[in-house]
Design a protein around this ligand. Structure first.
Ligand SMILES: NC(=O)C[C@H]([NH3+])C(=O)NS(=O)(=O)OC[C@H]1O[C@@H](n2cnc3c(N)ncnc32)[C@H](O)[C@@H]1O
Ligand SMILES: [Mg+2]
Length: 434
């Protein structure tokens, strides 16, 4: 058998005889010719079977091929600008590994989202979905590369936790040997302990929100990277956030420009502008933008909804930081702004093109007294946070961090209509199968 190669690298083998292993995506018969669209997980190529060029048994096998049959094809690589990816395989031999059953549910045609979601385990095989998952992997790797190269230590935080971080209304409760435990909403509180050991840390894993929201931006299980820094302030959050997001976007452009343009039909010129610094405006300034752009009655003090975030971010070509939200609109742990207790040292990063919040974070309360006051105000059970208060008793420091949602970031980069396409098996209010 000739050398087994990946379709993604086929350009390196022009004129050579190679072997590909994959699945039949599409078959077109034209007399003594068969055009097979083969995919192998790294890309798609057209394999041309000419009856006179293959053994009779190979032709007979090709004739019985059904969509998604697994196969091994050998042939000579030739450049052809009409072919997907610019190359074709002139087949000299073909072996079928398994004939797929003839009723493969996902035909190369339009299907409704509900049907596709019920068949997500097969839908992910489509070139578009596979491309998105490949870009997702690049986003995750780029995030880790940037943090690892900037002295952040990856520390894993618990999934089973005793208390809320982001409000008690979106907790998934589970029984923990007769006591309640909650799936992690955020690793932040544990990160705040870890920085006293390591200075700069990040956790990166699944987080859970029992969101009752059916929107294009909400999942009930999503992946979040959460950097946290000792001796840091709100400004450090924005510095790190803009540098990391810019690095991620430029890395995706470098590695996946062709897929973005050809498979996802994404206008990449927007992404080319994503470099530091990002604009930074206060919540007060953001409210002024709303008042001047159709939301004259927006009341100061409210959190922004999707339409508001879209209006605010539409004023800028880059993601925009909005800082100093009203204290009452944010979580219990937010440090207050000296002299303005009604606002806190929080920040969100709003992505352009209507993708809204991709980062939430801020500076954390450093004093025992204010933290105890906030726990009372938020009616949080003090006993579940005693350890967290300890962090303010023993060498407290100004510290800050944020969480970036992978799925929302990926949806923006790829310009996807819904976060359901940003993870292999999305979990949403009304979707947990397969
Ligand atoms: N270490 C920190 O400071 C993080 C902080 N405790 C936190 O969880 N902030 S956040 O709730 O705004 O969520 C952060 C990001 O997490 C994403 N996120 C937040 N909730 C969701 C849902 N439901 N679906 C998808 N993505 C979500 C979104 O990008 C948010 O900006
Ligand atoms: Mg948020």
């Amino acid at each position: 058998m000739a050398e087994w190669v990946r379709i993604r690298d086929i350009g390196n083998y022009e004129g050579q005889t190679v072997t590909l292993k994959g699945w039949l995506y599409l078959r077109t018969d034209k007399g003594r010719l068969k055009f097979l669209r083969v995919r192998d997980g790294s890309g798609v190529i057209q394999a041309v079977v000419f009856k006179k060029n293959v053994p009779p048994e190979a032709w007979e096998a090709a004739d019985k091929l059904t969509q998604e049959s697994s196969l091994i094809v050998t042939g000579t690589v030739r450049a052809d600008e009409r072919a997907p990816g610019g190359y074709e395989l002139d087949v000299s031999d073909l072996e079928v590994v398994h004939y797929a059953e003839p009723d493969y549910p996902i035909q190369p045609k339009e299907h409704g989202v509900g049907f596709l979601m019920q068949n997500r385990h097969l839908w992910i095989r489509s070139p578009r979905q596979a491309t998105i998952l490949r870009i997702r992997a690049t986003v995750i790797r780029a995030i880790r590369d940037w943090l690892d190269s900037h002295d952040f230590v990856n520390v894993d935080t618990p999934i089973l936790t005793p208390a809320a971080v982001e409000g008690t209304t979106t907790l998934f409760e589970t029984d923990y040997f007769g006591k309640p435990a909650y799936l992690s909403q955020s690793g932040q509180l544990y990160n705040e302990a870890n920085i006293f050991a390591l200075g700069k840390v990040y956790c990166f894993g699944p987080t859970f929100r029992a969101e009752k929201s059916k929107t294009r931006r909400h999942l009930t299980e999503f992946w979040m990277v959460e950097p946290e820094m000792a001796f840091a302030t709100l400004e450090d959050v924005m510095d790190v956030g803009e540098q990391m997001v810019s690095y991620v976007v430029q890395t995706v452009l470098e590695k996946h420009r062709r897929e973005l343009e050809e498979v996802l039909e994404r206008d990449v010129s927007v992404l080319e502008k994503i470099t530091p610094p990002f604009p930074r405006i206060s919540y007060d300034e953001a409210v002024e933008i709303l008042h001047a752009n159709g939301f004259e009655d927006f009341p100061w003090g409210e959190d922004f909804g999707a339409p508001h975030e879209t209006t605010i971010s539409s004023q800028f070509e880059k993601p925009v930081f909005v800082y100093h939200y009203p204290t009452k609109a944010k979580a219990f742990y937010m440090e207050e702004v000296p002299g303005r207790p009604e606002v806190c040292r929080s920040v969100d990063l709003l992505a352009p093109e209507g993708y809204g919040e991709i980062i939430g974070g801020g500076q954390r309360i450093a004093s025992v007294e204010l933290l105890e006051q906030r726990l009372r105000e938020h009616n949080l059970p003090r006993e579940a946070y005693e350890w967290y208060i300890d962090l303010r008793r023993y060498g407290s420091v100004p510290h800050a961090g944020f969480g970036l949602g992978v799925e929302r970031t990926l949806a923006w980069i790829c310009k996807l209509p819904h976060v359901r396409e940003t993870i292999a098996f999305p979990r949403m209010l009304d979707h947990i199968y397969p």
